[in-house]
Design a protein around this ligand. Structure first.
Ligand code: NI
Length: 181
């Protein structure tokens, strides 16, 4: 069990464009250890997702989802526990939707971010098995948020209406004032 330090906005390592995980590293001890540490880290703060660059690892690898409801998002639809390497996202249609987001690298804040409503995403799991899913809603939002970390984008860079950006404790008094995803 290793909970790693999560980098915060302002750290230049969060702004890098991550290279893909080399195919030869699929199903390697190094990748399995990294994934294990990332789940330990995400669980420790009840995050909805985590990208490798957030713990300073410059690789196209994200994790998200859980097999049980997240106590911070008890009403959110369940997103399956997923390890995703070298992802590619294709929007399905032109529809966008606004939704509140937070980020473990931007603690204490929330903002409304437009995302594609429906996407197809492809990539590989940690064993090198292909993943190919078409999803919408919260699932699609989580994937887009996490994959943005792989191209140096933090959600505040996507906020269009800054009247809907602020401190969680002010915007949502009474909400579990824990960490943000
Ligand atoms: Ni984030």
């Amino acid at each position: 069990m290793t909970v790693r330090e999560i980098l915060k906005m302002g750290d230049a390592r969060l702004l890098r464009v991550a290279p893909p995980v080399p195919e030869g590293d699929f199903d390697s001890d190094a990748i399995h250890l990294l994934v294990s540490d990332m789940f330990d880290t995400m669980r420790a703060v009840n995050g909805a997702g985590l990208a490798a660059p957030q713990i300073g690892v410059d690789l196209q690898l994200v994790i998200f989802g859980t097999d049980a409801p997240n106590p911070r998002y008890p009403d959110a639809p369940l997103v399956p526990r997923t390890v995703l390497l070298n992802p590619e996202i294709t929007p399905i249609g032109d529809a966008e939707e606004d939704g509140w987001e937070g980020c473990l690298s931007v603690p204490g804040l929330r903002g409304v971010v437009p995302r594609w409503s429906k996407i197809r995403y492809t990539g590989f799991d940690q064993y090198g098995d292909p993943i190919d899913r078409t999803v919408d809603g919260f699932h699609a939002r989580v994937v887009q948020h996490e994959c943005d970390h792989l191209i140096g984008k933090l959600y505040p860079m996507r906020v269009r209406d800054f009247t809907q950006f602020g401190f969680t404790e002010v915007l949502f008094p009474g909400l579990d004032a824990g960490e943000d995803d």
